[in-house]
Design a binder for this molecule. Structure first.
Ligand SMILES: Cc1cc2nc3c(=O)[nH]c(=O)nc-3n(C[C@H](O)[C@H](O)[C@H](O)COP(=O)(O)OP(=O)(O)OC[C@H]3O[C@@H](n4cnc5c(N)ncnc54)[C@H](O)[C@@H]3O)c2cc1C
Length: 410
């Protein structure tokens, strides 16, 4: 037997293929489901049609403690790790994916602060976000650089005990509500050597009401109704040096680790979308009759439903497995999360397309509440690292960790 593939990378034992769920998680899932059925379901179609999420919905979710999930109790959070975030995101996205993103995008702020920030930064910025009193966002993408994180042009120039930040960020989710931002900026130009161009980027915590910070126009994007991203303009913003998330110049690595961590949440969002679309299609195929029979009686429909269910369950298994590895602190979760994100988001796209078709004409009517799943699914294949970038990560991890081959040297 070839040792390299004794058990496909990076696992050596069949015991690594485990999903760990417990009774508390099941109780949590049931409470999120109840909240979603009672508070989100009744307004979902209105949100999709009007493109606005009611403020009261956020307040009710805050009262449930959802903004504190994944944040340690010492910073006023509710605790819980990757699996809790997955459960929350999946259950909300089953009905209204845009609300899930609006609520959980805070994590792209809290993760880098909690993982790399100073104790002062954690104490000052995390508790109000965990309690839902403040909102936070993550501003990295620029007109010239999305996947190519090292290509950003925003600058942070050191002057005495502060940095002066100038630049423009685009597609920033939750910017319109945010009080705090994590902002990436170049504290040094990229080194000449191409392989080192990641160096010189640093992360900063920036407050919305500081002079020079402006939340600009909203992007009228496809999908995620009610949660459209905005541009953020930074014009000579003075940032105290204590707001640099250390280490200086190593921000690229912090960003990559942040996205590694949050990626499983996007996989969960996609699983929720696929679940919601599947349920709608399943119910409709029992209700609707054509040629004197229920749609379910036609194998063209029931076989589609069987394929949708198989893809959905596979995506869920992959996502829960990645979350289990994350909660165990296993480094292989990066690999599992990339596969889960790629697979689940593409499943969401397929399942929601089939769901619309099973509905026939009413499938494309917003009133039915199914077409938005397709629109919502497309963006999941793009943000937090496009699926092409996930495929790069998957194969690079396989080559590097299992065979010691650096793809960049090929
Ligand atoms: C609704 C929405 C919300 C967003 N929210 C945020 C946010 O909150 N904060 C934030 O900072 N950003 C956010 N983004 C930005 C998002 O993360 C980027 O759009 C994404 O990373 C892709 O970058 P890009 O748009 O510049 O595309 P590009 O990087 O220009 O990619 C274009 C195409 O080229 C492919 N490609 C690029 N490089 C490679 C490569 N090396 N190998 C193979 N294929 C490649 C990509 O897969 C893609 O198909 C959001 C975007 C949207 C649309």
């Amino acid at each position: 037997m070839d040792e390299g593939f004794a058990m496909v990378f990076p696992f050596t034992s069949i015991k690594d293929y485990v999903i760990e769920l417990d009774d508390e998680m099941e109780l949590f899932r049931a409470s999120v489901r109840e909240f979603v059925e009672k508070e989100v379901e009744p307004v979902a179609v209105k949100v999709v049609k009007e493109g606005k999420i009611p403020e009261e919905l956020y307040q009710k979710a805050i009262e449930m403690g959802f903004t504190g999930i994944g944040i340690p109790e010492e910073y006023d959070g509710q605790g819980g790790g990757a699996m809790y975030l997955v459960i929350l995101m999946e259950e909300i996205s089953r009905v209204l994916p845009s609300f899930g993103v609006g609520l959980l995008v805070n994590g792209l702020f809290t993760y880098p602060v909690l993982a790399f920030g100073t104790e002062e930064q954690k104490k000052k910025y995390i508790p109000p976000v965990a309690r839902g009193e403040k909102f936070a966002a993550h501003a990295s993408t620029e007109p010239v650089a999305g996947s190519d994180i090292a290509g950003i042009q925003t600058t942070a120039k050191k002057e005495g005990d502060k940095y002066i930040i100038n630049g423009r960020k685009i597609f920033i989710t939750g910017a319109d509500k945010a009080d705090f931002f994590v902002v990436s900026a170049r504290t040094n130009p990229p080194p000449e050597e191409r392989r080192k161009r990641w160096w010189g980027i640093s992360l900063f915590i920036v407050e919305r009401d500081w002079p020079g910070v402006e939340v600009g126009s909203r992007f009228d994007v496809m999908g995620l109704d009610g949660e459209h991203p905005s541009e953020v303009i930074l014009d000579n913003v003075e940032v105290p040096e204590e707001n640099l998330i250390p280490p200086e110049n190593e921000g690229f690595k912090l960003l990559v680790q942040t996205y590694d961590h949050s990626r499983v949440g996007i996989a969960a969002q996609a699983v929720g979308i696929a679940q919601g679309a599947f349920e709608k299609a399943f119910n409709y195929s029992l209700q609707r009759t054509a040629f004197g029979r229920q749609l379910m009686a036609f194998q063209a429909v029931s076989f589609k439903l069987a394929d949708m269910l198989t893809m959905l369950q596979t995506a869920r298994l992959l996502t829960y497995w990645a979350a289990t590895l994350a909660d165990k602190g296993r480094e292989e979760y990066v690999f599992a999360a990339s596969m889960a994100k790629t697979y689940a988001t593409e499943v969401a796209e397929k399942v929601s397309t089939y769901a619309i078709k099973i509905h026939g004409g009413v499938g494309v009517d917003k009133e039915t509440g199914v077409e938005h799943f397709l629109r919502d699914s497309i963006i999941t294949t793009i943000y937090e690292g496009t699926n092409d970038i996930q495929r790069l990560t998957t194969i690079r991890q396989l080559l590097k960790k299992s065979f010691g081959i650096d793809v960049l040297s090929m």
